[in-house]
Design a protein around this ligand. Structure first.
Ligand code: ATP
Ligand code: MG
Length: 212
C-alpha cells in the first residue's frame, strides 16, 4: 500500500489483469519487458475476484492474491492490487478501470494482455469503454498465432476506432493451466515461478488432486 500511495497523477500505469491461478514467470517477464519498453512507471497486477468467464476456478481468491503479492514483492515497480478480490459481485475490467480513473484522473492507463486475451476482449463487458479508458497493449504469446492475433487487432481497431499496441515479447511458453496439470500429475513445476510462490503452493497443498 505504501508503494501504491506514492503514485503521482501524471504517471504511466500498466495493468495486468488475470486469474493468476497461479502467477508464473511468463506473467512477470511479459510485464517487465513492457514496463521497460514503454517507460511505464508502475505495473499493477490485479487478480480477478469472481470472473464471469472462469467459473471453474477452484482456488481461493485470497490464495491467488497472496501468490501475486509474493511474486511481485521484489520488484519496486510492481504492485499487487486487491481491488477485484475485495469486490463481492462478479468482477469486470470496465469497473476496475473506472475505479483507477477515479483514483488517478491524470494517469495514463495501459492495459496489458496476452495474444490469447486480446482475441477474447470483445466478450468482456463494456468493450468500447475499456478502449476509451486505457490503451491496450497486446503481447505475443507462444502457441497463439501471430497472424490471427494481428488480424483480430486490426479488426478491433476499425470497429472501435481505437489503437492497440501490439508488441513482440520474447516470452516463455508457460501457462497456469500447464502448472496446475503438472502438480495434479505429481510432476515438477520448479523454475516456472518465483520460489516463494512454489513454496506457498506446497504449503497450502494447492492444485493437488483431492481424493474422492
Ligand atoms: P490459464 O491457463 O489458467 O488461463 P494463464 O497462464 O493464461 O492461465 P491468466 O491469469 O489467464 O494466465 O493470464 C493473465 C494475462 O497474462 C492474460 O492477458 C494472458 O494472455 C497473459 N499471459 C499469460 N501467460 C502468458 C505468456 N506465457 N505469454 C504472454 N502472455 C501471457
Ligand atoms: Mg489464460
Amino acid at each position: 500500500l505504501s508503494k501504491f500511495e506514492s503514485i503521482k497523477e501524471k504517471q504511466k500505469v500498466g495493468i495486468l489483469g488475470g486469474t493468476f491461478d497461479p502467477i508464473h514467470f511468463a506473467h512477470l517477464a511479459t510485464a517487465e519487458f513492457i514496463r521497460d519498453k514503454y517507460n511505464l512507471d508502475w505495473i499493477f497486477f490485479i487478480p480477478t475476484g469472481n470472473p464471469p468467464h472462469k467459473l471453474g476456478i477452484k482456488t481461493d481468491k485470497y490464495d491467488r492474491y497472496n501468490m501475486v503479492l509474493l511474486a511481485t514483492e521484489t520488484n519496486d515497480d510492481f504492485i499487487a492490487l486487491d481491488i477485484e478480490i475485495e469486490r463481492n459481485k462478479q468482477t469486470y475490467t470496465v469497473d476496475t478501470l473506472k475505479d483507477l480513473k477515479k483514483m488517478y484522473p491524470n494517469a495514463e492507463l495501459y492495459f496489458i494482455t496476452g495474444a490469447d486475451a486480446i482475441c477474447e476482449v470483445e466478450s468482456w463487458r463494456g468493450v468500447k469503454k475499456n478502449f476509451e479508458m486505457a490503451t491496450f497493449i497486446a503481447a505475443t504469446r507462444p502457441g497463439i498465432s501471430l497472424l490471427k492475433a494481428q488480424e483480430k487487432i486490426e479488426q478491433l481497431e476499425r470497429k472501435y476506432d481505437t489503437s492497440i499496441i501490439s508488441v513482440y515479447v520474447p516470452s516463455l511458453d508457460i501457462s497456469s493451466t500447464y502448472i496446475r496439470e503438472q502438480i495434479e500429475a505429481g510432476k515438477t513445476v520448479r523454475y516456472l515461478m518465483p520460489e516463494p510462490v512454489e513454496k506457498y503452493m506446497q504449503r497450502k497443498d494447492l492444485y493437488k488432486q483431492i481424493e474422492e
